[in-house]
Design a binder for this molecule. Structure first.
Ligand SMILES: Nc1ccn([C@@H]2O[C@H](COP(=O)(O)OP(=O)(O)OP(=O)(O)O)[C@@H](O)[C@H]2O)c(=O)n1
Ligand SMILES: C[C@](O)(CO)[C@H](O)COP(=O)(O)O
Length: 229
């Protein structure tokens, strides 16, 4: 059986949120952001292992405030790993910790709590066919390259996608991609696979799969969650 693991990158500092608590512990309708993210993958039910990558200093806080919200059987499936300075390092620590019997890994941002089961499932189904998968939505705005406040080129919107997570890979392939490129490069996992010269298949993402980055993202996220109740 091809087993699937999940790595949730949650070891960032949430600097752009500008809050004294790390953004992933901020509440949405009374529960921490990261709780919703983990719950989506736990409820999906197909992951043999869910690895949560955390800042070392936040592991105890996580155990008290988030892990404790899950049932005993769900907790057994979760493992915790320390993160690194960059997202890439954190993901690397996560994928390296997965059991040898895992064939595929889904990598997701802890800061995307609105992920729905259909997108987890479509990413998973696609990776079994395509080996490397990312998801993205068509951009709605016109995108222009700017230098020194001067527009240089307006890009063809039809070919652009705003990339989200989950991104899914054969475990061996994503490990190879991480080993091949400099640890500090600020690239997502799919871009590392592209750099190897491998194709990354893009599935349709979800406009509601917001990444909670700045304070303005909290209200729309609560509105979306409320609608789902
Ligand atoms: N060293 C890092 C940096 C980021 N992340 C994770 O990668 C995801 C996407 O990153 P982003 O939204 O940029 O989060 P932060 O890095 O926390 O935000 P900021 O850049 O504002 O500090 C987040 O879930 C974040 O926790 C991580 O695991 N390890
Ligand atoms: C991977 C990602 O979610 C794709 O949109 C995003 O790149 C992660 O956030 P960061 O700000 O680039 O770390």
């Amino acid at each position: 059986m091809n087993k699937v693991g999940v790595v949730i990158a949650a070891a960032g500092q949430g600097k752009r949120m500008g809050h004294n608590i790390n953004k992933q512990f901020l509440p949405l309708l009374g529960k921490p952001i990261l709780y919703y993210t983990i719950k989506a993958f736990a409820d999906w039910g197909k992951a043999a292992e869910i690895v949560i990558v955390l800042n070392n200093k936040e592991i105890d806080y996580f155990k008290k405030k988030i892990k404790a919200l899950f049932s005993y059987s769900a907790q057994k499936n979760l493992s915790l790993v320390s993160g690194g300075k960059s997202r890439k390092e954190s993901v690397y620590n996560g994928i390296s910790s997965l059991n040898d019997n895992i064939s595929y890994v889904l990598i997701h941002d802890g800061a995307r709590p609105l992920i729905k089961k259909f997108l987890i499932e479509s990413t998973y189904q696609a990776v079994k066919k395509h080996k490397a998968v990312s998801c993205g939505v068509k951009v709605k705005d016109t995108i222009t390259l700017v230098e020194d406040s001067i527009s240089q080129q307006t890009l063809n919107r039809d070919k652009l996608r705003a990339i989200q997570t989950p991104q899914a890979f054969e475990l061996d392939l994503i490990k190879k991609a991480h080993h091949s490129y400099d640890k500090d490069k600020a690239l997502d996992d799919a871009s590392l696979v592209e750099l190897l010269g491998e194709k990354v298949y893009i599935v349709d993402g979800d406009y509601n799969n917001l990444k909670i980055t700045t304070a303005e993202d909290l209200k729309p996220a609560e509105v979306i969650l409320k609608e789902r109740r």
